[in-house]
Design a protein around this ligand. Structure first.
Ligand code: FAD
Length: 415
């Protein structure tokens, strides 16, 4: 077998007990958990790109979320709080760059105070450690260049190198006896009486069971395995700016706005990353491709799948004003900077330069609802991660355990 860095191989086995489709942070977290629980099983991760973590897991804000945004009782609330705790321990054990630097959420207008209070209520209900309401004086002590009428301080929020975490999970899979095969795009799924045949770019793998963690392609893989097409994935491009080196002192750790409670996005934020850069973003613009890292990338199939989905038109009729605002942010750097200058007034357009973009895999229901919570589903011999937007990376270890529990129950494993 031809090896690539970090023990990834370019050939997939013809047969295995468990196949995990998708080598992002979630596919690898699930694979890692399954192979540790079933050390005598053969397990293979099939990843379509030439390396793991090439999509969302490699293009994020790099924030370990503490769990304060999410509806108490939701999967996000439970898996984020638990996952963040475990991720800090994992990164400390493996010497992966991370820091519990804390974050402030700032209300700059009195109309945002009720929402700030709701975030505080949710955070307390979810068991977020150390959450505290702060006044303008305390905001200035934590973030000297930030302004707000009131704020929330979450000291247990942090930053991490998610690509390094993803590679570490891949190494864990390899060391436990599993294989991570890259360059293996699964193109079809055929059900056989006692297995699933996964037809991919390098042949066929016959798997006893499969777990699909395809991120932006999750809906297509689920439909290929016989699942309902609802929800569909609609890609949202999230572009970042970064502060030029001489202006990085404007941000000490993480500064977030009060988000619109009816949208599953957190708003444009300022985040220091583990390498010392300060990012501003991400924007949230419907994209012309599920891998639209460049603004002009358009793929016919992706545009068609977005446009023929009834939910897209229902969403657009409700959110067109937000869409126009996002279009301005994407087209005009000055618009994004002046929105951010509401909470960091010294920020000016010459302080920023373009950085990278990511593409969020956001599930959209047929009735036009942007689905906020994580969604998992099942088809014969398979489980599917259908919606795992932020804080999916934070929650990865907890999601790995949750999916492994579902697999044990659904497939009758584990005695
Ligand atoms: C802009 C942005 C900012 C974010 N910020 C944060 C943050 O700060 N904190 C946080 O916790 N979360 C954040 N998230 C969310 C987080 O990145 C995701 O929840 C997480 O990466 C999802 O992991 P995944 O493995 O499901 O997806 P991905 O990383 O997208 O992995 C899916 C994998 O499946 C593979 N695949 C797809 N189809 C096939 C196929 N047919 N055959 C084989 N392989 C296939 C893909 O190539 C890909 O590698 C952010 C996301 C974005 C986009």
């Amino acid at each position: 077998m031809v090896s690539t860095p970090d023990q990834q191989v370019t050939q997939a086995p013809e047969k295995c007990d468990i196949a995990v489709v998708g080598g992002g942070i979630l596919g690898l977290a699930v694979a890692r958990e399954l192979i540790r629980r079933n050390p005598r099983s053969s397990l293979c991760v099939l990843e379509r790109e030439a390396a793991v973590g090439a999509h969302q897991s490699g293009h994020s804000s790099g924030v370990i979320h503490a769990g304060l945004y999410y509806e108490p009782g939701s999967l996000k609330a439970h898996l984020c709080v638990q996952g963040a705790r475990e991720l800090y321990e994992y990164c400390a054990e493996r010497a992966i760059a991370h820091e519990m630097c804390g974050k402030v959420i700032l209300a700059t207008d009195s109309s945002e105070l009720a929402c700030l209070q709701e975030l505080e209520r949710r955070g307390r209900a979810n068991g977020v450690a150390g959450l505290r309401r702060i006044d303008p004086g305390e905001i200035g002590q934590l973030e000297p260049y930030a302004r707000g009428l009131a704020g929330l301080h979450s000291p247990s929020t942090g930053i991490v190198d998610f690509p390094a975490v993803t590679r570490a999970y891949a190494r864990d899979v390899h060391e436990a006896g599993g294989a991570v095969a890259v360059g293996c795009e699964v193109r079809d799924v055929v059900s056989a009486p006692r297995s699933l045949r996964l037809l991919h770019g390098r042949g066929t793998t016959e798997a006893g069971h499969a777990i699909f963690c395809g991120g932006a392609w999750a809906d297509r893989l689920a439909v290929a395995a016989g699942a309902d097409p609802d929800p569909r994935i609609v890609p949202f491009r999230g572009a970042y700016l970064r502060l030029v080196a001489q202006r990085r002192h404007l941000v000490r750790s993480l500064i977030y706005p009060v988000p619109d409670p009816s949208l599953p996005f957190l708003g444009v934020h300022l985040t220091r990353s583990v390498d010392g850069e300060v990012l501003i973003g991400p924007t949230a613009l419907i994209a012309g491709a599920r891998d639209a890292y460049g603004l002009r990338r358009v793929r016919y199939n992706d545009v068609r799948d977005t446009l023929v989905w009834p939910g897209t038109w229902r969403m657009l009729s409700r959110w067109w004003r937000t869409g126009v605002k996002e279009l301005r942010y994407a087209a005009m750097r000055s618009a994004l900077v002046s929105a951010t200058a509401r909470y960091v007034p010294e920020l000016e357009v010459q302080d920023v330069e373009p950085s990278f973009a990511g593409v969020r895999a956001q599930a959209l229901s047929r009735n036009g609802r942007l689905i906020d919570d994580f969604v998992f589903s099942a088809t014969p011999r398979a489980l599917h991660v259908r919606n795992a937007p932020s804080p999916g990376a934070t929650a990865s270890l907890a999601i790995g355990r949750y999916v492994a529990d579902q697999a044990e129950q659904g497939f009758g494993w584990g005695g």
